[in-house]
Design a protein around this ligand. Structure first.
Ligand SMILES: *Cc1c(COP(=O)(O)O)cnc(C)c1O
Length: 417
């Protein structure tokens, strides 16, 4: 049925990758699932599902506590997983990897621990218009408490960060710049190395929200030159409830604990408590051990995949989708970033995004509709929301064909004649 040309990427066998993801064999509303909501969460390969089940079958115990063999095994798995994440991000040391529930908790950790103790009245935190609510609201909460200000960095009509406007905002009041590596609403790949370099030249710290980047490529925090980087496991083919914050070691050393409790202390008395060393200082309470095991399994799984070829495959799918979709009368792409990671955000004239989403769901096609946790960006484009199709390495040309057929159907039902 297809007339679209999606050339297979050398070194990347999409059929083989698809076979690793059992959920892709689900039938939804009588049709094989087309999963195009990868920017919300990615699916999990068998290897990750098995690693979690095996951990509970064979190794489950609490970490860093027992003297018994299982506790030892659980601790080893948990700390090996930390090493894996350190390797994945090219961190100089695993002490710089703090386990969190995900990106949101990681940003809150920095906002409360660093921000509450370093931001003063009159200081500024710059965040872009492209940010997810989780890279806006924590800064607002802290800024309000200390009298600082959260100032947005403008974006262009193509949904790219306006670097000249950014430069103009950079002055001595700016203490931290927080931007995402990839926009979850528009797919924009932001020039974060350049943004970090400019911020650093002005003496500001930088935090990069990598939630949307890790699903597409391996990250090198050292070459990015940022001070903090964070991501969520569930957007990296791993479980929900686990993620990581990476920080520059001397900064993390200088920051007070965020949450208090077990695990993060050295000694506790009513005269006063002393805190554990990095990374444990920031990890109060029993952590998500199985989640860390699952995340390590996802990183192992990806180490056997040519990620450069996978990203090229995703680009080819996006290009084919754009070519066909932009022929549909009344369909308008929102944002047209030059560098984009597998995300197509659009509206169909005369048709509410959620109606498009429901019509696609009836055909077994999962997309996201709404504001994508980026209400300021939607307000900027004067839209209540968009329809968003987001690709991952396991999507194929059949998914593109089915999406286009679904959109044509939506157009014929609700669109302009
Ligand atoms: C998903 C996402 C977040 C939030 O991640 P959680 O897993 O919900 O904590 C933040 N920023 C971006 C860019 C995202 O895509």
């Amino acid at each position: 049925m297809s007339t679209l040309k999606v050339v297979a990427e050398p070194g990347f066998d999409v059929a083989k990758v698809r076979a690793d993801f059992p959920i892709l064999r689900e039938v939804i509303n009588g049709q094989p699932l087309v999963y195009l909501d990868n920017a919300a969460t990615t699916q999990k390969p068998e290897a990750v599902i098995e690693a979690i089940a095996n951990y509970y079958r064979h190794d489950n115990a609490n970490v860093h506590r027992g003297v018994h063999t299982l506790s030892d095994r659980a601790t080893r798995h948990f700390e090996d997983a930390r090493e894996k994440v350190a390797g994945f991000l090219n961190s100089p040391s695993s002490r710089q990897i703090i386990w969190t529930r995900g990106t949101t908790e990681a940003i809150n950790l920095v906002a409360y621990s660093w921000g509450m103790n370093n931001l003063k009245a009159g200081d500024r935190v710059l965040v872009s218009w492209l940010e997810h609510h989780s890279d806006i609201v924590p800064w607002q909460l802290v800024a309000e408490r200390v009298g600082a200000e959260v100032v947005p960095i403008p974006v262009t009509a193509d949904a790219e960060i306006d670097l000249d406007a950014f430069e103009a905002l950079l002055d001595e009041r700016v203490k931290l710049v927080a931007v995402n590596h990839v926009s979850n609403a528009m797919g924009t790949i932001n020039p974060v190395a350049e943004i970090c370099a400019r911020a650093k030249a002005m003496g500001a710290l930088t935090l990069v929200d990598g939630a949307q980047a890790v699903g597409h490529w391996d990250v090198d925090v050292q070459s990015l030159g940022c001070d903090f980087y964070c991501f969520s496991g569930h957007k990296l083919f791993a479980p929900t409830g686990i993620g990581a914050l990476w920080g520059r070691e001397e900064l993390l050393e200088s920051m007070p604990p965020f949450l208090g409790g077990g695990e993060m202390i050295e000694t506790v008395s009513f005269a006063g408590t002393t805190f554990n060393t990095l990374p444990f200082k920031f990890e109060a309470g029993t952590p998500n051990i199985a989640g860390a095991v699952g995340l390590a399994a996802a990183i192992d799984y990806l180490s056997n995949i040519d990620r450069v070829a996978a990203a090229a495959h995703e680009d080819a799918l996006l290009t084919a989708t754009l070519e066909a979709a932009l022929e549909i009368p009344g369909l308008r792409r929102i944002g047209a970033p030059k560098h984009s990671a597998g995300i197509f955000s659009f509206i169909l004239d005369g048709c509410h995004p959620s109606d498009v989403g429901m019509l696609l769901d009836e055909q077994g096609i999962a997309v996201r509709t709404g504001h994508h946790c980026t209400q300021p960006l939607m307000a900027h484009f004067e839209l209540p929301g968009t329809v968003r199709a987001s690709f991952s390495m396991y999507n194929n040309r059949d998914d593109v064909d089915r999406l286009i057929a679904g959109l044509k159907k939506a157009q014929s039902l609700f669109g302009p004649r």
